[in-house]
Write a protein that binds this ligand. Structure first.
Ligand code: KMH
Ligand code: ZN
Length: 304
């Protein structure tokens, strides 16, 4: 891992995992997504990882038209690095998922590094009342859902994104995903500095134990040496704890309501900015500095 005392905070304000009935604070409309992202940037997030939703019912959508109004507001009000999802929702086709990143040619796009089960159904134990039937189906249908990211899919996104000058947040949900990334490095389709976002706690991927984090780190060190910048994404209630452990070991961090609705046990976060502020407090206690967007661009070799 390439070590830096400047820690990049990525914030993911809405995503496609959680649904509107789970939290009144989950942004759904373009204005809500813009406000959440701008507040997160003001709180210290250098990178904003963005998804869109249908404003009628909050359903995740990759319609590029839905991205336009919040991208305009974010670009007008912040200098943050825009990172557009190519993961979309695991329920969508890869072709649909690629559309906004190909349309807007952002500095960064996410790239999910392997196919996997994606179990959202355990959330049915906590959340039982839904305003829209799609929300229940979204969780229920995940019992038989494959988040498809074949080698061909990854290569297509890599080649088209690279042509556009886009670099990637490599979402690695398991050890095998690091090996998949190493395969593309061997073939010369990616180059350092690699931004490795290691994801812990999705059912179907690696777990959220600190030993899992250590195994991910050791494997990435062995495969990529100092050619990568490491970032930690803890899904669910372990979000802040995992990010804190990673930061103490030299990682960057990702927070936001996409990844966790919580700020404390049984306590909903009122905004993604609240989570940014919480992790910022931890970073400062560790005598680490929060990277500005310009510093994030330099660390990750972005086009700016
Ligand atoms: N939802 C996160 C666990 C993507 O958008 O490409 C991972 C993610 C995927 O952000
Ligand atoms: Zn995402």
């Amino acid at each position: 891992m390439s070590k830096s005392r400047k820690v990049i905070i990525t914030c993911a304000p809405t995503g496609a995992i959680h649904t509107p009935s789970m939290s009144p604070y989950l942004p759904v409309t373009a204005d809500e997504i813009a406000a959440a992202a701008i507040a997160a940037a003001q709180a210290g997030a250098a990178i904003l990882h963005l998804h869109a939703r249908n404003p009628e019912d909050g359903r995740p959508s990759q319609d590029p038209e839905l991205f336009v109004p919040f991208l305009e507001q974010i670009k007008a009000r912040t200098d943050a690095v825009v990172n557009i999802t190519t993961g979309g929702s695991p329920h969508m086709t890869v072709e649909d998922r690629m559309r906004p990143a190909m349309a807007f040619k952002p500095e960064v796009a996410s790239l999910n590094m392997g196919s996997m089960n994606f179990g959202l159904f355990p959330m049915l134990q906590r959340f039982r009342e839904f305003r829209h039937e799609w929300e229940r189906q979204h969780l229920e249908n995940s019992r038989d859902l494959i988040f498809k990211n074949t080698f061909k899919d990854i290569e297509a996104i890599l080649r088209k994104g690279t042509e556009n000058g886009t670099r990637f947040e490599f979402e690695c949900y398991d050890i095998s995903h690091l090996y998949n990334l190493a395969h593309f490095l061997d073939r010369g389709l990616v180059s350092g500095p690699l931004f490795v976002q290691s994801v812990f706690g999705i059912l179907g991927g690696i777990g959220p134990h600190p030993e899992d984090l250590m195994h991910m780190r050791r494997t990435a060190d062995r495969l990529f040496g100092d050619q990568y910048q490491w970032s930690i994404l803890g899904a669910g209630k372990g979000q802040i704890a995992l990010a804190s452990i990673g930061a103490a070991m030299g990682s960057h961090v990702r927070v936001g309501l996409e990844d966790s609705l919580w700020i404390g046990p049984g306590q909903l976060a009122k905004s993604s900015a609240e989570q940014v502020t919480r992790i910022r407090t931890v970073l400062e206690a560790l005598n680490l500095e929060v990277a500005t967007p310009a510093e994030a661009r330099s660390l990750l070799g972005l086009k700016g």
